[in-house]
Design a protein around this ligand. Structure first.
Ligand code: GDP
Ligand code: IMO
Ligand code: MG
Length: 430
C-alpha cells in the first residue's frame, strides 16, 4: 500500500501539475480532494502545454484511474468542457470518476462569487478566481448544497432545487442587485447532462480505499496551497478549502496512516495571485523582470502574478502542517543571472522583534519587514541540466539552504517546464 500526496507550500502555482504528471506515470490512481476549477495546473509534454482546472493532472496517464474526490466542488459544465478539450488532443477521458458525495458547483455560485467581488469595497476584495468556489463551500457548510448523488433520482434533485433556488435568488437580487435564475431553465440544464454524468459517479472513498488495500499506488493531488488554506493561510485572503495533507484525508476519506509520502512543492521564489499580504514582494522593476522571466501569469485567470523572493517561514509552515517527507524545488532556472539572491528567514515586526513563523494577525504581517540571508547567485543557464552534479555550486548551495532551514530533504529539483526537466535527488516513488 502506498499513498502519496502532492501539496503546494506557498500561494499556489508552484508547479504541482508538472510534478503530479511526472509521478502520475507510476500511479494506479490519482485523486483530487479539494477545491474546484479555481486550480490551474500546467503540464508540458514534449513542448505541448495542457492546463487542467478540475481534472487531476494524472489524467494524462491513461492507465491511472482519475478520481474527483468527495471534498471537491464540481462544476459539471466545466468538467465536460475540459474533457472535450482533452479528447480533441487525443487524450482518453474514459478513466474519470466523480465522487457521488462531491458537491455540485451551481451556476448561481458563480454569479454570487462575481457579485460579491464586484460589490465589495476595493479594500475588502479577495481577488477570487470568480468560479463560485467560496459560495459553493458556504452552501455545503450551511447544509443547503446539492450533491452529485442528488442527481441519481431526478425528483429528488428537482425538489431540492425548488427549495434552495428561491434562497439563492433572494441573495442575488436583494443583496447584490443581480439577475435571478429561472427554476425551469436551470432544472432543464441539469436534466440534459444527468444521463451523461450518472455513469461517471462512484463511491470514491470505497474505490480509493480498495486500491490502497490492494497495494496500489494512489496519488492525492492538492490544488492551491498552504498559504491559501482556510485555517492557516492569510485569512480572509485564502480559498475556502484545506489544500493540505489533512485536507486529503477528509477530502478523500482515507486514514492518516495511509499517506506514506507527502511531497511539498516549493517554487524557488514566491508568487501570489489575488489580494493579501506578501512580505517579500518585489513591487519594482526587478519584480517585473522576474515575472516576465518566470512567465508568471495566472493559468486560470491570466492575471499577472505578484512576485517576490523565497519566503522560508512560509515554506516551513507548510512542512509542519503537512508533515512533508520531501520537498520538490521548482523553477530554479528562473533565478539564474543574479549576483546575490535574498532569501527571507524571518520577519521583523513593527515593535522590532524578529519571528520565524507566519503570524495570524494580518496587520503584523503587512507591517513586517523581511529579514534576508544573502545567498550567492549563479550566472549559467541551467534549464538544460540533467544531473545534480552539473548544477552550479551556488545553485546547489541554494537548495541545501532550503533543506537545512526546513529540516526536510529536497528530493527533486525542476529546471524547466517539461516532463523531462526534473532532477531527482532521492527516489520518490517506492
Ligand atoms: P500549479 O498550479 O502548482 O500546477 O502550477 P502552474 O501550472 O499554475 O504554474 C507553474 C508554471 O511554471 C507552469 O507554467 C509550468 O509549466 C511552469 N513550470 C513548472 N516547473 C518549471 C520549471 O522548473 N522551470 C520553469 N521555467 N517553468 C516551470
Ligand atoms: P493552483 O492549484 C493560485 C487564489 C485566488 C484568490 C484566492 C481565493 O493553480 O495552485 P477562490 O477562487 O479560490 O475563492 O480565490 O485564492 N487562488 C489561487 N492562487 N493558484 C491557485 O490554484 C489558486 N486557487 C485560488 O487568486 O486570491
Ligand atoms: Mg496554478
Amino acid at each position: 500500500m502506498a499513498g502519496y500526496a502532492v501539496v503546494g507550500t506557498q500561494w499556489g502555482d508552484e508547479g504541482k501539475g508538472k510534478i503530479v504528471d511526472l509521478l502520475g506515470m507510476d500511479m494506479d490512481m490519482v485523486v483530487r480532494f479539494q477545491g474546484g476549477n479555481n486550480a490551474g495546473h500546467t503540464v508540458v509534454i514534449n513542448g505541448n502545454k495542457i492546463v487542467l482546472h478540475l481534472l487531476p493532472s494524472g489524467i494524462l496517464n491513461p492507465n491511472a484511474d482519475c478520481i474527483i474526490g468527495p471534498g471537491v466542488v464540481v462544476n459539471p459544465f466545466v468538467l465536460f468542457q475540459e474533457m472535450e478539450e482533452l479528447s480533441k488532443h487525443d487524450y482518453p477521458v474514459n478513466h474519470i470518476h466523480i465522487a457521488d458525495r462531491a458537491h455540485i458547483l451551481m451556476p448561481y455560485h458563480v454569479r454570487i462569487d462575481e457579485l460579491q467581488e464586484a460589490t465589495k469595497d476595493p479594500g475588502m476584495r479577495i481577488g477570487t478566481t470568480k468560479n463560485g468556489i467560496g459560495p459553493c463551500y458556504c452552501d455545503k457548510y450551511s447544509r443547503i448544497g446539492l450533491r452529485m448523488c442528488d442527481l441519481k433520482y431526478a425528483d429528488i434533485f428537482a425538489a431540492k432545487l425548488k427549495e434552495i433556488l428561491p434562497m439563492k435568488n433572494r441573495e442575488i437580487v436583494d443583496l447584490y442587485g443581480g439577475e435571478p435564475f429561472d427554476y425551469d431553465d436551470l432544472l432543464n440544464r441539469f436534466m440534459n447532462i444527468r444521463e451523461r454524468l450518472l455513469p461517471m459517479l462512484v463511491d470514491a472513498t470505497d474505490i480509493i480505499n480498495n486500491a490502497l488495500d490492494a497495494g496500489k499506488n494512489v496519488l492525492f493531488e492538492g490544488a492551491q496551497a498552504n498559504m491559501l488554506d482556510i485555517n492557516y493561510g492569510t485569512y480572509p485572503y485564502v480559498t475556502s478549502s484545506s489544500p493540505t495533507a489533512g485536507g486529503a484525508l477528509t477530502g478523500a476519506g482515507v486514514a492518516p496512516q495511509k499517506l506514506n509520502t507527502i511531497i511539498g512543492i516549493a517554487k524557488a521564489y514566491s508568487t501570489r495571485v489575488g489580494e493579501g499580504p506578501f512580505v517579500t514582494e518585489l513591487n519594482n522593476e526587478m519584480g517585473e523582470d522576474m515575472r516576465k522571466r518566470g512567465a508568471e501569469y495566472g493559468a486560470t485567470t491570466g492575471r499577472p502574478r505578484r512576485v517576490g523572493w523565497l519566503d522560508l517561514p512560509v515554506v516551513r509552515q507548510a512542512v509542519r502542517i503537512n508533515g512533508l517527507t520531501d520537498l520538490a524545488v521548482t523553477k530554479i532556472d528562473i533565478l539564474s543571472g543574479y549576483d546575490e539572491i535574498p532569501v527571507c528567514t524571518g520577519y521583523q515586526l513593527k515593535d522590532g522583534s524578529v519571528i520565524d513563523y507566519v503570524p495570524a494577525c494580518l496587520r503584523d504581517l503587512e507591517e513586517a519587514k523581511p529579514v534576508y540571508r544573502m545567498l550567492a547567485g549563479w550566472k549559467e543557464d541551467i534549464s538544460g541540466v540533467k544531473s545534480w552534479e552539473d548544477l552550479p555550486e551556488n545553485c546547489r548551495a541554494y537548495v541545501r539552504f532550503i533543506e537545512e532551514y526546513c529540516h526536510t530533504q529536497v528530493s527533486l529539483v525542476s529546471v524547466n517546464p517539461d516532463r523531462s526537466g526534473s532532477i531527482l535527488l532521492h527516489k520518490l516513488v517506492k
